[in-house]
Design a protein around this ligand. Structure first.
Ligand code: FAD
Ligand code: DHB
Length: 394
């Protein structure tokens, strides 16, 4: 059976970009439908990011979906940079006039957003198949997909491609339109979630001869930890004992002990920097990971996705209120200014904290000098702090 439907904005992908956009549009009286190829259970269980910038927290709060985050999130006003076995605190509160970050799981944010969409009659269609986008170079774009064996067609005014790096929207733009900017890193992160109380109140980013390590957390009972590894590291070669042993070595510091516990989940993530320009073609707008990927060292992926859709929602609201397309035409330009600054920061944090296979002793000395500078100069620390808590929205 062929099922036809109409909406104002068709959204591909129910990740942070798609769900935040859908709810922002609802709050402005604009109708949208989200199509997602995974199940709701899968999306809400996928462990990913955990650091929310102040601007992301403020936005979710203003959208009326911040209550649980406020109750359960952990507000931090600093991070530690650890090298040579010594910790150095970067005090965000002091360096950014009181700003901080909130530790709250991406998948918890998605649960709250899904509930909000359901409670307000929003349509988020999970487990759709064979999604494709059409006719976005004219005024009646369409999203086609299959659901429960039926062929469906969603006609919309605009399509938002919020379908992540491996989605269908970006590859549907005719060849020759987009320019891709890419940097691959010769390492990945092995990440674990552990049933162990975090051994530090704040995040610890560590530079060590054996490679980078990061101590983070999700709750006062659950730690999230990462180790620099090969990009194609075999996770099966890493038994729990070996993981804890390596974390103990890399994070070690005098008078400090890493608390261990059962490992609940583990996985390896590759690292790359990636941007496409422009982020728009006709009536198709790319947002979040579909348009750009950052290496995780600056904890920016989720926050950048949210920043994009804030710009897009504002531009769409202006269009529907006045017919003025000016902000829609400037969408890509406005987003990319911020995207490139965040790319720069994520690249810089990554370069400063990881061991590179082709580095020489000069490079190592330079990295240590950089860490020494950033932890001893107020000007340098301020630069890190203002980027980490989040650059202002345009
Ligand atoms: P996504 O979250 O990827 O959402 C896209 C959605 O589109 C997905 O639900 C996907 O199933 C759906 N989709 C894809 N293709 C289709 C299709 N054809 N049809 C319909 N739906 C489709 N960032 C950090 O800051 N810190 C971290 O620790 C961190 N860890 C990460 C770990 C992993 C394994 C990954 C992959 C990313 C991680 N990130 C991290 C990045 C961060 O999670 C992303 O930047 C963020 O999720 C981007 O949100 P998004 O909505 O743009 O894309
Ligand atoms: C986490 C992930 C990051 O990439 C980061 O820089 C800090 C924290 C996390 O998953 O908690």
């Amino acid at each position: 059976m062929q099922i036809s439907q109409r909406t104002q904005v068709g959204i591909v992908g129910a990740g942070p970009a798609g769900l935040v956009l859908s709810h922002l549009l609802y709050l402005q009286g604009i109708d949208s439908v989200v199509v997602e190829n995974r199940s709701r259970q899968y999306v809400e269980g996928r462990v990913r990011a955990g650091v929310l910038e102040q601007g992301t927290v403020d936005l979710l709060t203003d959208m009326g979906v911040g209550e649980r985050m406020k109750a359960e999130g952990l507000v931090h006003y600093g991070i530690e940079l650890r090298f040579g076995g010594q910790g150095h605190r970067i005090d965000f509160q002091d360096l950014t006039d009181g700003k901080g970050i909130t530790i709250y799981s991406q998948h918890e944010v998605l649960k709250v957003l899904n509930n909000a969409r359901v409670a307000t009659g929003g349509q988020v269609l999970f487990e759709v198949e064979n999604v494709s986008v059409h006719d976005f170079d004219n005024s009646k774009p369409k999203i086609r997909y299959e659901k429960d064996g039926n062929a469906c067609e969603l006609t919309c005014d605009f399509i938002a491609g919020c379908d992540g790096f491996h989605g269908v929207c970006r590859p549907s733009i005719p060849s020759g339109v987009l320019t891709e900017y890419v940097r691959e890193y010769p390492f990945g992160w092995l990440g674990i979630l552990a049933d162990a109380p975090p051994s530090s109140e704040e995040l610890i980013y560590t530079y060590h001869d054996r490679g980078f390590a990061l101590l983070s957390m999700r709750t006062p009972q659950i730690s999230r930890l990462y180790l620099q590894c090969d990009p194609d590291e075999d996770i099966d070669a890493w038994g729990d004992e070996r993981i804890w042993q390596e974390l103990q070595i890399r994070l070690s510091s005098t008078g400090w002990k890493l608390t261990e516990g059962p490992i609940l989940q583990k996985g390896v993530t590759g690292m790359r920097s990636f941007v496409v320009e422009p982020m728009q073609y006709g009536r198709l707008f790319l947002a979040g990971d579909s348009a750009h990927i950052v290496p995780p060292t600056g904890a920016k992926g989720l926050n950048l996705a949210v920043a994009d859709v804030q710009v897009l929602a504002r531009a769409l609201a202006r269009f529907y209120a006045t017919g003025n397309q000016c902000q829609l035409n400037n969408y890509s330009h406005n987003c990319l200014r911020r995207v490139w600054k965040v790319q720069r920061f994520s690249w810089w944090m990554t370069s400063m904290l990881h061991r590179f296979p082709d580095e020489n002793p000069f490079d190592q000395r330079r990295q240590l000098a950089e860490l020494d500078y950033v932890t001893s100069s107020r000007a340098a620390a301020k630069t890190l702090a203002e980027n980490y808590v989040g650059l202002p929205m345009q």
